[in-house]
Each structure stands twice: as structure tokens, then as C-alpha cells.
Design a protein around this ligand. Structure first.
Ligand code: PEP
Length: 244
């Protein structure tokens, strides 16, 4: 089984009910299309996506199933309103909320128990890249953030260099290839179906660079922020992945 091709959109803290009409112009027939809106929009987006192949996910969940955690949302609640996936360990969560690899792993276990597919994000900062630590940082984050219960069916890995997110800057093709080869090797060594786990690249993916990025070995799709907000920007990325 080859890894699933996935075009995933991360709306972050953007969008409203009116923005759900963006789904009208998106089709998902040559690859999986996943959109992760803010949690308040998940249910409405699930309803909007009904009858299409578009999947809907959350952007984070708690590592407990319920309880006294004001402001947090559980994986089971997301599943209940129709989410199929959840992004975990995004660099903005790691930076803004101090999330560690261990936190991400604990959340992933709970999300898997609730039946969600996790999109686990890892990536180096610019200073880590500049000091030649990228591969070590990636290997450490991967080992610590991905739990032992991960399989190719319940886990997707997103390599997102922190310095490429929302900046318009992207790594060279060789730099992406080097990290994705490491991910494939590490996952293959640790998990029986590691060769089949989908590996997404994320960081300033747009229509103009999508075809080039999707041609890189072991890139099975993208996690897209800004360019996922408008169908005019996201649809060509989906088309590029379908054609890859
Ligand atoms: C992201 O939020 O995961 C991301 C990759 O953002 P952008 O595409 O805007 O760089």
C-alpha cells in the first residue's frame, strides 16, 4: 500500500460561517482533502461537506477525554461532531502554549482512542537549521511526539520548518528531501507499516511551488495554512497533488 496523498488545510484562527462557501469550489477525487477549521466551525463545516469527499479535522485536542479543563476540547467531542482528524504539535501550539513532545504524544494517544487520525507536526527553527541541528531536532521530535500506537491508518506526519510557516520562504528541494528521507527511515525502523505513513510538507506551500514540492521523494502531500483559506488558492494545490 502506497502512502495516502493528502492535501490538508489549516485555517488556524481564521474563518467564519460565511467562509464555509469556500468548500463549494473544492473537489476531492484524486487525493484526500482535509480542512481543519477553528473548533467552533467544525460541526458546521462537517454539515457543509456532507455528500462531498472533503474531510474535516480539528487543530488541537486535550489529552484527557473530559473533565475540568476550561476552554479545552476533547478528541471525543471532535469525533462526536464529525471530525475525522486532528492536527497536533503545530509549532504555533508548541510556541504559544508550551507544548512539548510528550504533550503531543499524550494527546495523540487520546485522539487515536477516540478514533481520530492525528496529523503530528514537527519542524526545526531557523537557528536550529543555521547551526546544523535540523536532522537531530527532527529525529528527537519524531521519536517523542509519535506514540507507539501510531499506524499508517491513524497517523500522518507533517514536516513544517518553523521559519517557513507563513513567511513565503521554503527550504530547497534537497533540504525537504533530506528530512523526508529521514522521516521515512525512522518510521520504517520503528513501525511495521512505517513505510506507508503519509508524510506532508508544510510551510508556504502555494500553487506556484506545489508541483515542485510534490515531486520530491517521500512527500505525500502538504499541510497548507494561508493558501487553504480561499478555494482559488487551495484548489490548484489539490490539483497539483492529484497530478503528482
Ligand atoms: C501551517 O500553518 O501549518 C502552514 C504551513 O502555514 P502556511 O502555509 O501559511 O505557511
Amino acid at each position: 500500500m502506497a502512502p495516502q496523498k493528502i492535501a490538508a488545510g489549516n485555517w488556524k484562527m481564521n474563518g467564519d460561517l460565511a467562509a464555509l462557501t469556500q468548500l463549494d469550489a473544492l473537489t476531492a477525487d484524486g487525493c484526500q482533502v482535509l480542512i481543519c477549521p477553528p473548533s467552533v466551525l467544525i460541526h458546521a463545516m462537517v454539515q457543509k461537506a456532507e455528500g462531498s469527499a472533503i474531510l474535516v479535522g480539528g487543530q488541537d485536542c486535550h489529552d484527557k477525554t473530559s473533565g475540568a479543563h476550561t476552554g479545552d476540547i476533547s478528541a471525543e467531542q471532535m469525533r462526536d461532531v464529525g471530525a475525522s482528524h486532528v492536527i497536533l504539535g503545530h509549532s504555533e501550539r508548541r510556541a504559544d502554549h508550551g507544548e512539548t513532545d510528550a504533550d503531543v504524544s499524550a494527546k495523540a494517544i487520546t485522539a487515536h482512542q477516540a478514533g481520530l487520525v492525528t496529523v503530528i507536526c514537527i519542524g526545526e527553527t531557523e537557528s536550529q537549521r543555521d547551526s546544523g541541528e535540523t536532522l537531530q531536532v527532527i529525529a528527537t521530535q519524531l521519536a517523542g511526539s509519535v506514540p507507539d500506537c501510531a499506524t499508517a491508518d491513524n497517523t500522518v506526519i507533517a514536516y513544517e520548518p518553523v521559519w517557513a510557516i507563513g513567511t513565503g520562504r521554503t527550504p530547497t528541494e534537497d533540504q525537504i528531501a533530506e528530512v523526508h528521507a529521514l522521516l521515512r527511515d525512522e518510521l520504517g525502523a520503528r513501525f511495521t507499516d512505517g513505510a506507508n505513513m503519509s508524510l506532508l510538507y508544510g510551510g508556504s506551500v502555494k500553487a506556484a511551488n506545489a508541483t515542485q514540492i510534490f515531486a520530491i521523494p517521500h512527500v505525500d502531500g502538504a499541510l497548507v495554512g494561508g493558501a487553504s483559506l480561499k478555494a482559488d488558492d487551495f484548489a490548484p494545490i489539490i490539483a497539483a497533488l492529484t497530478a503528482a
